[in-house]
Unconditional design. Structure first.
Length: 130
């Protein structure tokens, strides 16, 4: 645990790699910074095609994807990712719950607090990536 201004934060003991997919570059930079502050190694992609290439070539522990991406959806991307690496959990992080969640392991609302978001990510990493 690390102490940061009145709150304790769990730091990763060994760096886990998260692939973060978001077509809004400002949101992508923010999400990357928040996750890196927690000790994760974060790879980023702004398109589904780019995300698939990174997943194919990198040892990724978890994928965190927006749902409404240019040219595809997070659910469609999850389906393609699961064909490549079925053991890697895919988490949708969106303001709107999709109608179907095939191949999606978890949904996190963008309305969640940062602390709640980080708790959920940490729980998923502990469950799937140890």
């Amino acid at each position: 645990m690390a102490y940061t201004g009145g709150r304790s934060v769990h730091k990763q003991s060994s760096q886990q790699t998260i692939l973060c997919v978001e077509d809004d570059k400002a949101y992508l930079r923010l999400r990357k910074a928040v996750l890196e502050r927690e000790g994760y190694l974060v790879l980023t992609a702004t398109t589904g095609t780019e995300a698939l290439a990174i997943l194919r070539e990198s040892k990724v522990c978890l994928v965190l994807s927006d749902h409404m991406l240019r040219g595809t959806t997070g659910v469609a991307l999850a389906g393609r990712m699961k064909k490549m690496k079925p053991h890697v959990p895919v988490v949708l992080y969106s303001g709107q719950v999709p109608d179907a969640m095939e191949n999606v392991d978890c949904f996190i609302s963008k309305d969640e607090t940062v602390a709640s978001f980080l708790f959920m990510i940490s729980s998923l990493v502990k469950r799937y990536c140890q």
